[in-house]
Design a protein around this ligand. Structure first.
Ligand SMILES: Cc1ncc(COP(=O)(O)O)c(C=O)c1O
Length: 451
């Protein structure tokens, strides 16, 4: 396989030369030399839920482009935006269904930023001016601007900017494989969830506006779902202390884990949801901050606008793309496929972990799975970060025609190598076999070097 040097006038996500991708179809990407890559992470990362090259999404965006592509959001609304608001409300979880409004932005980061702003603006509207703190979790990820770097708990992605942001209190991750409390589920009685109450008490309920968490932790842990019962406990604590519950569904939304929204797996209704990625499957940028009607109503009653606007918010072409993507998920029962093929994927990943001495754990929900490298299966000791094990896996896979999403930092933010396995929701069991077959070849090569 040949690799060409990419344009020297652009800055890429890595300094390495990269293949130039010229076409995508289904779960496959093709570079300009005709090399084929299985997209095992649905883009970087967990984005292309419906797969690449779906003509009807492109057509829907083209049709809208012919009508109007931009109309100043401070003066006008547009039809795709209004339709999409209804579509989201019809699919929102629990008591949010048809009882919510949505603010549409561009990126997952701005959906999260808008969520914490909304929480603050809500408490101001209610006259509770002291509530401003958002509590988050270690080894969670919520986005990539400076403000959100203070919020998320992904050590590697926040360290360099530490003096520049306002830090927030973090509680430990819900991570059974390396339980921060060294307890076992269910005897632990979900101490990781109950830690929220301790933190609220310590910070002072009067200061805490919201708590934020991902239902399945993505980049910071490599597809670790919260244990059963976790979010029910969180909900109860939030209610008792007048704290808004925000779920970050930037990865887990839109069918990825077997529901429109991942939080449904815990039969819980949050107050605010931040979502993006799968909503448009990467065909166009769009994100959403969805909140219960009473929250928006309280803000509206103050007559002050919601102050999180960006120029490109509420774009009609992006909204048309989202409508087509959501329709495609429905028409092809991709949520059902996420459950069915996701179960097969996890089963095969567990077998793969059993087969290789350098793998310690496979986990996931629906089609959001991952696995973790270990130096020692018994003690769960991670590899030395200097060995860059997950990056090596990425390169070994790329050579064999699989694109992957490696992650690091599951061990106290400073060590630990994980890989997310989150292919498009259209993936078949046969394609899972093909993908894992190539990953195993890569693992065999690595195991020979590492052990
Ligand atoms: C859970 C979660 N929240 C927020 C974000 C930020 O989204 P974006 O990269 O679109 O800004 C990400 C990105 O990976 C994410 O995984």
């Amino acid at each position: 396989m040949t690799t060409k040097i990419t344009n020297k006038y652009v800055v890429q996500r890595t300094w390495r030369p990269m293949p130039i991708i010229v076409r995508g179809e289904g779960i496959y990407l093709y570079d300009e030399d005709g090399n084929r890559f299985i997209d095992s992470s649905a883009g970087s990362s967990v984005v292309v839920n419906i797969g690449h090259g779906v003509r009807e999404v492109v057509d829907a965006m083209y049709e809208q482009s012919k009508l109007v592509t931009f109309a100043a959001p401070h003066l006008f609304t547009n039809l795709p935006l209004q339709q999409l608001g209804q579509i989201v409300a019809d699919r929102a979880p629990g008591s949010m269904r048809q009882n919510c409004r949505t603010w549409f932005g561009c990126t997952g980061t701005d959906a999260v930023d808008s969520a914490i702003r909304l929480a603050r603006q809500y408490w101001l509207a209610r006259g509770v001016v002291s509530k401003y703190v958002t509590i988050a979790r270690w080894q969670g990820f919520h986005g990539n601007n400076v403000a959100v770097a203070g919020l998320h708990g992904h050590t590697g992605r926040r360290k360099s900017y530490y003096p520049m942001f306002q830090d927030v209190p973090h509680i430990p991750a819900a991570y059974c494989y390396r339980c921060p409390f060294e307890l076992k589920y269910p005897e632990c009685r979900l101490k990781c969830a109950r830690a929220l109450e301790t933190m609220i008490n310590q910070v002072g309920e009067e200061n805490v506006a919201a708590f934020i968490a991902e239902p399945v932790v993505g980049a910071a842990l490599g597809a670790v779902p919260a244990p059963d019962g976790y979010f029910q406990v969180i909900r109860e604590i939030c209610d008792r202390h007048n704290v808004l519950m925000i779920v970050d569904e930037v990865m887990t939304g839109w069918g990825r884990i077997g529901h429109w929204f991942g939080i449904e797996d815990w039969q819980t209704t949050p107050d605010i949801i931040a979502t993006a990625k799968g909503m448009t499957s990467g065909y166009t940028p769009l994100s959403a901050t969805i909140a219960k009607e009473e929250i928006w109503q309280a803000v509206e009653d103050t007559k002050a606008p919601f102050l999180a606007g960006h120029t490109m918010n509420q774009n009609p072409v992006s909204c048309a793309g989202a409508i087509a993507c959501i329709g495609y998920v429905e028409k092809h029962d991709l949520i059902g496929n996420s459950v069915r093929t996701g179960a097969y994927l996890l089963q095969e990943l567990k077998k793969m972990v059993a087969e290789f001495a350098i793998l310690g754990d496979a986990r996931g929900k629906g089609m959001m799975c991952g696995f973790e490298f270990v130096k020692d299966k018994e003690t769960r000791e991670p590899f030395d970060p200097k060995l860059k094990v997950s990056s090596r896996f990425e390169q070994e896979c790329l050579k064999r025609g699989v694109s992957t999403f490696p992650c690091t930092g599951c061990v106290e933010g400073v060590a630990g190598d994980m890989v997310m396995v989150t292919p498009p929701l259209i993936t078949t069991p046969a394609q899972v076999d093909e993908m894992l077959g190539l990953m195993k070849e890569a693992l065999r090569a690595m195991q020979a070097e590492l052990m």
